[in-house]
Design a binder for this molecule. Sequence first.
Ligand SMILES: Cc1cc2nc3c(=O)[nH]c(=O)nc-3n(C[C@H](O)[C@H](O)[C@H](O)COP(=O)(O)OP(=O)(O)OC[C@H]3O[C@@H](n4cnc5c(N)ncnc54)[C@H](O)[C@@H]3O)c2cc1C
Length: 407
Amino acid sequence: MQDRLFDAVVVGAGPSGATCALHLEQMGYKVALLDKASFPREKICGDGLTGHVLFELNELGLLDDFLRLEKKNAIVGGRMYAPNGKYVDFRDVLGNQFNNDFCYIMNRGLFDNFLVEKIREKYRIQFVENFKVEEAAIEKDCAIVKGKNAVFKASVLIAADGASSILSRRLLKYKPDRGKMFVTAQAYYRGVEPIYENDMVEAFCAREILPGYLWIFPESDNIFNVGLGVVADVARKKKNNPVKILDELIVKYDFLSKRFAGAEKITNNRGGLIPFDTCKRKISGERFLLLGDAASITNPVTGEGIGYGMNSGRIAAHHLKNCFDSKDFSTAYMKQYDQAVAAKFRKILKRTMYLQKAIRFPGFINRIAGNISKNEKLHGKIERILADRKKYQEIYNPLFYYRIFFG
Ligand SMILES: Cc1cc2nc3c(=O)[nH]c(=O)nc-3n(C[C@H](O)[C@H](O)[C@H](O)COP(=O)(O)OP(=O)(O)OC[C@H]3O[C@@H](n4cnc5c(N)ncnc54)[C@H](O)[C@@H]3O)c2cc1C
């Protein structure tokens, strides 16, 4: 096959790569988008699409199309279980900035395919499936990626190849840090006994997996996405294999086992990684940059990464427009992308990292949950913060933690 010359070659058609490709296409650039999978493909995930995702869809002009999709379950709130099994409900007042739903739970295969279907409509994007990128090289005037039987050349390479990114290792010699990633396990069930109207997400901060949590996210059609994430070096220290411990926790805790008694497990437990080394590492170089999981851009407490990755795709596209305008793809110029990502995420992620450190202690979480459920005013305040995007920043205020800790 012949070499092809593009403005940009994007490796990985997950939410980060697809978002970046769509923005670049809207700006008039010719893009090659390569993925080793054939779409629709499966992706191990909690399937939680938050307000960040809706915001990015709106930026792409795709929000209305998304809201018309059928197979998504609207969520109005959440239940948080402390390690001692006591819980606090946050219900009805949560909303995103577009409507009253807090978030949606939707199978990731379907969501990612929704974006890919939009890609297929764009003649300026050459979408190549079943194409595994094996090598990448940066030359003076172009970036080159190679796979079996084909070579793609472009002015710039965008690596959006996910949590086990080979391009991050090849281009930046990045070595994943086990202290800065979650190891996870996930499975689908049918018919778990619901709470309320199947419209609440549930998170259980089980002491065995702190600072991680076990989730139960209800999808449409009585399907439940059940999984857990635990920091990789904690899992190693406690000898907790996430795939094994997921089943063990469901049996061990009565309040869970009762609800799973009549449920049917419809997949095996599958594992996956969530890197959260955000803003601490280099994510660009001459003629290339990294997005989403490949750049470790996720939330270190919740593991949320879809909206964050899409946001990095949008930031990258705007930065690349500047590169094309000034004809500058040098390492120094590309660094402005790292700075733009840091400006967006650093503050939030730094404070979330403190929170991650604090929630390693079961007693701390028990106390917080107790304080919130005893104190109606505090409970209401948290619900209002969660409901209002502008007030949301308050959860990063140290005073907020003082209040929830001391009641
Ligand atoms: C168990 C689990 C639960 C999660 N739950 C949530 C959640 O509920 N909500 C949330 O927001 N986030 C969640 N996340 C995180 C979220 O899944 C990721 O942050 C998100 O998928 C990142 O998107 P991405 O486009 O960067 O990478 P990906 O979605 O991983 O896409 C990468 C793409 O690159 C392709 N690729 C990889 N290597 C190559 C190659 N060599 N050549 C060509 N193509 C290649 C892959 O086929 C894939 O399509 C979860 C993660 C896990 C593991």
